[in-house]
Design a protein. Sequence first.
Lengths: 478, 296
Amino acid sequence: MATVMTIDPVTRIEGHLSVKIEIDIVNGVQQVTNAWATGTLFRGFEKLLTGRDPRDAQLITQRICGVCPIPHGLAAVNTLEDAYNVTVPDNARIMRNLVLAANFVQSHILSFYHLSLPDYVTCPAMLPWQPAWKGDMRIDATKSTAMVNNYLKALDINRKIQEMGAIFGGKTPHSPAYIPGGFTKVPAAADITKARSYLAEIVSFVENVYIPDAEYLAAKYSDYHAIGAGSRNLLAFGVFDLDQWGNTKLLKRGMVTDGSTSVMAVNTGAITEDVTNAWYSSPSGLNPAQGETVAAHPKGNAYSWMKAPRYAGEPCETGPLARMWVNGDYRRGISAMDRNLARAYEAKKIAKALDGWLAQIRVGQPSYLKAAAAATGEGIGLTEAPRGALGHWLSITSSKIGRYQVITPTCWNASPRDDRGTLGPIEQALVGTPVKNLTEPVEVMRVIHSFDPCLSCAVHMVRPDAPEQVMVSVQSRT
Amino acid sequence: MNVSRRDFLKYCGMTAAALGLSANDLLGLKEALANPNGPTVLWLQGAGCTGCSISFLNRISTAAPKTAGDLLINSVNLAYHPNLSSLAGDAVVDVISQAYTKGNYVLIVEGAVPTAFGGAACFAWSYKGVDKTFRDAVTMLASRAAKVVSVGTCAAFGGIPASGGNPTQVVSVATATGKATINIPGCPPHPDWIVWAVSQILLNKAVTLDTFGRPTALYSKKIHDVCPRKGTGEVKQFGLATGCLKELGCKGPSTKSNCPTLKWHNGVNWCIGASAPCMGCTEPTFPIANPFYKNV
């Protein structure tokens, strides 16, 4: 006899997520047999962006998310530069990479220590870490204490990583330095020296603390290499341009189906968003370049504010595992624990690139070239946030934003069912997850956290000129 | 196995050297564990982006609490924070309910309060299958709070979700709850501003507020009045290392904060220090409808 339960709030993520799961006994094992992921916050960024000067986009869109604002800033300026047909000076490209890299490494450390670790380790007996679920804690007291100490040390490291980024970016969250045409900051030799002074400690923490802890966890919880596989399709737009055209990147663009080692090129024309199970009455299956969004609630069996992004009709996972797999750096497997490991190894790969990038900055060379703004045009900006592939789509009309669409990594990952009823990646990953104790579904939390969800990003937005038809009633959200 | 406070301290003592904990760290922990009845704090997130919490975690100072961890371990009992709490679902709502019943807690709210669609553009939780809108949750929790702090421009004034026609009809926490709030605006606010407000409450000090509910101790001088670039010659192009940024759209002349003197990230930089014009993010008018930039 199946049990249905809702976990709301899912804590230790970014934003607002509700997960409903059906649990039953299959072949003698109590496990998740069905799952529904629901985004429970809607702000309407597209609507509020409409009519603004396009050059405001990177300032406003960063506020989609305060954990990963920098990728939005980068995607927005890339989108504008695509519409204006400009390339930026190398100094700008490099500083954009540096500030983005700081965001990635800080975010991955946060994800492991502050968001995921309490699922596995007994935390100190004080709020907010206690009360906690007690089940399935396999790490002894001494090692637990050491890992908890690393949790505290990680707060310190993250503060320092963000300091290093701010030398160029000004401040974070929400760096004002990203601007179409380049970067506001003019780098001096003293800036490079100061930034370099942070590197040893950051790289050492990633190599000698974070990775060993991640590997220790993977060894103690090795069964999670066979839990939480998800769709097994991996999508990466690629990130950290190593040349001015973005032809080479530190992490490549590409996609694979069903965990293949054969990497295919990405064609944005293959991206669609289904809305049958989302609270919108606008057409289903549109490419974001023609995207529409007319909110409608309640609606049939719809259960999420998130649309269902699909690539060639298939659900795709995005994130460190997808990037490292596409890049050929990690192919051990696809599972909850593989995500955690890939994230740690990616943090190291990015942290180690910082020194080389600092060496490439040319003091005295420009960081900004004024870009002639176009009165009309279209632009696409594809990049990566720590959690996965990020795309911005822009239409400029009469020098104003006519349409702005964003598909975020967590929209791919926490997507609801599509028009064919195929589950989204997190929903698929949850099916088959064992649940030993119905009152302590810690296994479910571990799978969800392996995706490092960021829900502020995931919820969709409203097309500017669509009729205002948003009606929501407070019913139970099935 | 639940690690008791006594056990935790014992393990820390035994392995202090290996864990790199200094004598000061241990002392701090001793103090914390000796005071399990410190003030209770509930931290809620509504229509926001979590940027305020990330900024808070960047706290660093020579004055106690020196870090965010310091504050959380030594000074308060953080009964709920969506990004930090171990429990989830009904179990964590039980913890919130217990605090609510006891009353007299500090309620910190990050994010604006949507009111469109009966408040359903943002849900705080679901308990025993019944959804609670964020508006209802924050109103309920504010009613028994000793103090309510609106952290960030969204909670204080509506902020970015309130702009561009306010698609989900967000209001400030003060408007939604009908209670006076201490407003700590900024997008995000500097961690020192957040910590200062909490510290004043812990020390039972009265906080003088301006007409927008902002502490005058933090938001009194216009940025332009104390800006190191004032009077150095107004530049008309981006990408220069020096010069006043008024002709690039800088809102320093109309924005109150201590950013020029406090600076950000342990003093390494700030917006204008990166030659980026101030956006005016501590003001009730943020974000302005007109373009932020000139000469871009």
